[in-house]
Design a protein around this ligand. Structure first.
Ligand SMILES: Nc1nc2c(ncn2[C@@H]2O[C@H](COP(=O)(O)OP(=O)(O)O)[C@@H](O)[C@H]2O)c(=O)[nH]1
Ligand SMILES: [Mg+2]
Length: 365
């Protein structure tokens, strides 16, 4: 019997045409007897054909053709895990961010008696600053949740590189799989939430490198799905984050309330004289200019950093000048006196502007 006949690697893929054959060749060369299950989400770049070519010559490599209506990283991995028929499994990315050489170590831990072996990312320098911060925050949240629930935990609850005993894992998915976040990205967190309390977890540190080919499919939106994984309070927080940071109307409303409150509180402390027309003009100008900003944020943003800066500058300019024009038109329409201190209002608008810029940090898709 070859050394790795008791192990299946589950590889979730979406458009990994540039990596998949190299990954399959590496795994089957390094680990004689190993089985590989590719859980592909109907990639459109020929990933499936490439797996097909490979499995034609190697019966231990199988492609799971997934239901196109059930897309999702977690859903794919769950389906992969339920199809494993060896005593042990390892889940890993197909883009070489999880070094194939470390499968050996995870496997050794499982043979040594661990129920779950988690690959802990040693340096996350290949993640951008935003992703790194999100990752630290998400892990802190998940670890706290697991501790409160007195569930097994890990140094890296957000890791996508882990292995385990198939029987325990399949039992957990059969019993609690309907409570997993199927469209989520962090299946390890879901597993930890529902694995038996006495699960023996071991950890293996590994260097987390750059993906070899293609692009990441994850964005800062992942924070939403992680929140949804954290019980009822987490689900409520996800609704709030979605409203304040993603929903256009929510962003508009929160910027409006913030900016107007700031303006009038500031005017109150300054004791400046203003009349009803001023109030009406200010509110109307805010509504119009902010609506413009929120819409501009959605449709004018492009992706490159340079482009973003230029677009940002255009938006500052057009946003502020739009506000100015609106304000004066409304004010002239309603009032015949000009001696107003407009700067609290400008600062107030600045606050709303900054909030709008900040709150659009999470992409809509
Ligand atoms: N089946 C499936 N695989 C996915 C999906 N999104 C990403 N993947 C795969 O999951 C692994 C990790 O995804 P990646 O985009 O590299 O995420 P990152 O490493 O966190 O930036 C890769 O092997 C992807 O091909 C998905 O929606 N469905
Ligand atoms: Mg990756």
């Amino acid at each position: 019997m070859s050394l790795f006949e008791d192990l299946t690697v589950v590889l979730p893929t979406y458009n990994e045409g540039g990596n998949i054959q190299h990954m399959l060749a590496t795994l089957t060369e390094l680990y004689p007897g190993i089985s590989v299950l590719v859980a592909d989400d109907n990639s459109r770049d020929g990933t499936q054909q490439k797996v097909g070519e490979f499995s034609a010559t190697n019966a231990r490599v199988r492609l799971l053709n997934r239901d196109p209506n059930d897309r999702g990283l977690t859903a794919s991995i769950m389906e992969g895990l339920m199809n494993v028929s060896t005593p042990y499994y390892v889940v890993m990315d197909a883009d070489f961010q999880h070094p194939p050489e470390y499968v050996r170590e995870l496997h050794a831990r499982l043979k040594g008696g661990a129920d779950l072996a988690v690959g802990v990312r040693e340096d996350k320098n290949s993640l951008g600053l935003g992703r790194k911060l999100a990752s630290v925050g998400a892990h802190a949240l998940a670890a706290a949740y697991l501790r409160v629930m007195r569930q097994p935990t890990s140094e890296d609850t957000m890791s996508g590189f882990f292995g385990g005993r198939t029987d325990i894992c399949q039992r957990t998915i059969s019993e609690a799989g309907d409570r997993f976040e199927r469209k989520g990205f962090k299946v390890l967190f879901d597993l930890l939430k529902y694995l038996p309390r006495n699960t023996r977890v071991e950890e293996v540190a590994f260097p987390f490198s750059m993906r070899r080919s293609g692009e990441s499919k994850l964005s800062s939106r992942v924070i939403l799905s992680i929140l949804r994984q954290c019980g009822l309070a987490g689900k409520a927080a996800a609704v709030a984050v979605n409203f304040l940071f993603i929903n256009m109307f929510g962003r508009f409303l929160s910027a409006l309330v913030l900016g107007l409150t700031f303006t009038f509180v500031f005017m109150g402390t300054l004791d400046v004289a203003y009349d009803d027309h001023f109030v009406t003009s200010t509110v109307l100008a805010f509504v119009l200019a902010l609506a413009y900003l929120v819409v501009a944020n959605k449709f004018m943003m492009t992706h490159g950093r340079r482009d973003k800066m230029i677009m940002g500058m255009k938006m500052v300019f057009t946003g502020f000048s739009g506000y100015l024009v609106n304000f004066y038109i409304f004010y002239m329409f309603f009032s015949d006196q000009y001696a107003v201190q407009t700067w609290p209002m400008f600062l107030g608008f600045g606050v709303a502007y900054l909030w709008n810029a900040f709150s659009s940090a999470i992409p809509e898709k």
